[in-house]
Design a protein around this ligand. Structure first.
Ligand SMILES: C[S@@+](CC[C@H](N)C(=O)[O-])C[C@H]1O[C@@H](n2cnc3c(N)ncnc32)[C@H](O)[C@@H]1O
Length: 237
């Protein structure tokens, strides 16, 4: 390691949603590269690193020691948000895990949140689970983006607690694609959903050939496939 951390494109983009001088938590941090990168480039930032597993916890401690950041990065071992006291941070980052695990982490530890924290989630899969969690806990989806790295397309979802603008209501379709991504439709949106369309067609065919086809699941997948086709065809012939 040297003094400049060569942070992945995915984590750099995730980190870009943290305002300067922020106090933030990185939950499920592994090597603590993201908080180290932020604290090395912004001397006013402070971080709490959360890790539930011994190996990653030790790796995080080593990184923080290596970069002499112990006075600004506090490494804590524990499950999800439970390592936090309410009001300790202005933002929470949770990246590189499945959307169902991220939403379970948010659900299990939401008592540790005051509601003022910005939540920056980068789920690798099941992004709709994260959006559902945001909506059911009074957050608006303030921003969303997509990033490609090593042939994989990732989504980043930023949740802020609702202000006076009122409750955001989203349809199942918006939860699947992401409301802000549907508005912006970046090129990666078409790339991701074209891949998903092909995969979804294959899965539906396989499901139909099962001895006892799961008709409810097939119907749901077919409906989603229809939405995918609509969004791919709409204004992008
Ligand atoms: C795949 S790594 C992602 C590391 C980093 N955030 C990234 O995006 O590259 C997921 C990390 O989350 C940790 N983790 C999983 N469940 C957790 C939980 N409930 N609380 C805290 N950490 C957790 C794992 O130990 C692992 O180090």
């Amino acid at each position: 390691m040297d003094q400049i951390i060569n942070l992945s494109k995915r984590l750099k983009k995730t980190a870009s949603y943290l305002p300067p001088g922020t106090r933030f938590a990185d939950i499920g941090s592994d090597h603590a590269y993201l908080p180290s990168y932020i604290c090395l480039s912004d001397t006013t930032a402070k971080a709490i690193v959360g890790e539930v597993n011994e190996g990653p916890f030790q790796r995080a401690l080593e990184t923080i020691y290596y970069y002499s950041l112990s006075d600004r990065v506090d490494v804590r071992m524990g499950n999800g948000l439970k390592i936090l006291r309410p009001g300790e941070v202005d933002a929470v980052v949770t990246a590189g895990m499945g959307g169902s695990l991220i939403s379970a982490i948010l659900e299990d530890g939401c008592g540790q949140l005051t509601g003022r924290e910005r939540i920056i989630a980068q789920p690798n899969t099941d992004e709709h689970d994260v959006r559902k969690w945001f909506l059911s806990h009074g957050y608006i989806i303030a921003d969303e983006t997509m990033i490609e790295e090593n042939g994989y397309i990732y989504e980043i979802i930023v949740g802020d607690k609702e202000t006076k603008t009122g409750t955001e209501r989203l349809t199942e379709k918006q939860l699947l694609f992401g409301p802000r991504l549907l508005e912006q439709k970046p090129d990666l949106f078409y790339r991701k959903w074209e891949q998903k369309r092909k995969k979804r067609c294959r899965i539906i065919e396989q499901m139909k050939q099962a001895k006892v086809p799961d008709t409810a699941k097939i119907a749901r997948f077919e409906e989603e496939l229809l939405w995918i086709k609509e969004e791919l065809e709409y204004d992008h012939p």
